[in-house]
Design a protein around this ligand. Structure first.
Ligand code: F1P
Length: 365
């Protein structure tokens, strides 16, 4: 089932982009549909068991799918208590000796929305056929080269997009990877949490998009910074990539506390600083937020529950207010950055459906 909506923005003029915004807005429903799709996949039980038989997991992808690999690696370590790490496919192909591929019990998870990205396919083939490693694929395209190569592949076709940029495919594949990280037989450990997160986002997403459009129209920014720690850091990296892809803006992601160690020199009233606030590091991350506010930056705060100081300092506050484990916040925290990137792209005269210079899949000769 694919849920699509056509929205009229607050300004009342039709959006030139006809695909990306409905795909972003469809995420709460797409998360539930893709969870059902994953759990009912014939290979899901064997993929779940195979992953949990591994002593270490290497997550591999390109572009957004590499940041998804990083988020999955963090989640795997936190949920399954096993070592998870991530690499871009290119590193495996160019510097295999730096990738610690001899770890005993190591298995690989290759992530690719299209299942056709040349580097991802070559990495899967290398790991399977040259390093004799068990490979599990995660994709939105079941009839793909990736699915043909991997020992087992979980496919989520309902989460695929027609747009170039990855939005609901990213968050849906992330939720599927989180579910796979829950040890059997409690693979459904997070099912209720995902449903709560979907409901919390679903009840807010339309007005959130209108607030995001208004915020974008009221500000002109020269720089975009995304700050996050722990499993939220890859989400910050993906958020920065969305802003770059959809609006051709220069966006950077840093570990929140790292931002003090030099990069904060750029902070000005033309700097939009988005904080993806964890619960684990909230106090320390809030101190950075208050400092950057004092330096004159414009603050976007994304959190589950805002403290009084965050509420007072934020120029744009998104509170999810969901009673879910912290790890279930990763996907919902990406929605506002996707919306801000989309509306920024429209404001700058771009069509986020077809970003400049980009293709939906990078195929190499
Ligand atoms: C990977 C990717 C995307 C990027 C663009 C080009 O695609 O790099 O992350 O946004 O669409 O392809 P895939 O391997 O996940 O299909």
């Amino acid at each position: 089932m694919v849920v699509e909506e056509t929205q009229m923005p607050a300004s009342g003029s039709p959006i030139r982009s006809t695909r990306t915004l409905p795909e972003i807005l469809s995420q709460p429903a797409a998360w539930l549909a893709s969870q059902r799709e994953a759990a009912s996949a014939a290979c899901f039980p064997s993929a779940l068991q195979s992953l949990h038989d591994a002593s270490e997991l290497l997550f591999v992808g390109c572009g957004s799918s590499f940041y998804l690999a990083e988020a999955a690696a963090s989640a795997w370590t936190l949920l399954a208590g096993k070592k998870g790490r991530a690499l871009p496919a290119s590193e495996l192909l160019l510097f295999p000796d730096l990738c610690a591929l001899d770890s005993p019990g190591l298995k690989a998870v290759i992530i690719s929305r299209s299942g056709r990205t040349s580097e991802a396919i070559r990495a899967a083939d290398f790991l399977k056929n040259r390093r004799k490693m068990e490979t599990i694929g995660i994709t939105c395209c079941s009839s793909s080269e990736l699915a043909a190569i991997c020992h087992a592949t979980v496919a989520l076709p309902s989460a695929d997009e027609t747009s170039m940029v990855m939005t609901r495919s990213f968050t849906s594949m992330l939720l599927a990877l989180l579910r796979l990280a829950c040890p059997p037989p409690s693979g459904g450990l997070l099912t209720d949490a995902f449903a709560s997160a979907s409901a919390a986002v679903g009840s807010r997403i339309q007005p959130l998009s209108e607030r995001a459009e208004s915020f974008v129209l009221q500000h002109d920014f020269a720089d975009y910074v995304y700050l996050a720690q722990g499993p939220f850091f890859p989400i910050g990296r993906e958020a920065a990539l969305k802003m770059t892809e959809m609006s051709c803006s220069y966006a950077q992601a840093y570990h929140t506390l790292e931002f003090r160690h030099g990069p904060k020199s750029i902070v000005s009233p033309e700097t939009c600083i988005t904080f993806l606030l964890s619960e684990t590091g909230l106090e320390a991350e809030t101190e950075v937020l208050l400092e950057m506010k004092h330096l004159g930056g414009v603050i976007v705060a994304i959190c589950n529950r805002a403290s009084r100081s965050v509420r007072h300092a934020a120029d744009f506050l998104f509170e999810l207010e969901a009673g879910v484990p912290e790890i279930a916040l990763l996907a919902p925290f990406l929605v506002l950055p996707q919306l801000l990137a989309f509306h920024t792209g429209l404001k700058k005269g771009f069509n986020p459906d077809e970003p400049k210079h980009l293709s939906r899949v990078v195929i190499l000769d």
